[in-house]
Design a protein. Structure first.
Length: 148
């Protein structure tokens, strides 16, 4: 890993060619939300850890080789899934943080010199995957090209 890359502790899926990272404390539901998104057509980049690096004018998320394709299914164990190719990081959902009911915009966090939107998110029990998809559409980088 070079100086322009890092490991992020998060579950990351690809939706519409953009990477959505899900971070939060242990037991907050990162893998569960990722699995729900995968059930709706997202593809796994990594569970519990991904490599972030600079490329193509942004931050690219890729699976670390030692855990590529593995996702923890709570109460079941580790499951192997196909791995998505690296994708540009568009949004970070932060589980376990206080949320705004109607955020007008997502605050950003500097990651490798790029401002990445970082939205506090409570998956709750009502349509968490659908709400996460809408968060990506509303607040994710590149949204001007993905408003479908």
């Amino acid at each position: 890993m070079n100086e322009r890359s890092l490991i992020m502790q998060a579950s990351v899926v690809v939706i519409g060619g953009r990477a959505l990272a899900i971070e939060g404390p242990s037991g907050s539901g990162k893998s569960t939300l990722a699995l729900a998104l995968i059930d709706r057509g997202a593809r796994l980049i990594g569970d519990d850890g991904v490599t972030l690096s600079c490329a193509d004018g942004g931050v690219i998320a890729a699976p670390p080789p030692n855990i590529a394709g593995l996702i923890e299914v709570h109460g079941v164990g580790l499951v192997t899934l196909p791995v998505a190719p690296p994708a540009p990081l568009a949004l970070i959902l932060t589980l376990g943080a206080p949320i705004d009911r109607l955020p007008s915009s997502a605050p950003t966090r500097d990651i490798l010199g790029f401002a990445i939107p970082c939205l506090p998110f409570d998956p709750g029990t009502i349509a968490p995957a659908l709400r996460a998809e809408w968060a990506l559409k509303q607040h994710g980088l590149g949204r001007e090209h993905h408003q479908s």
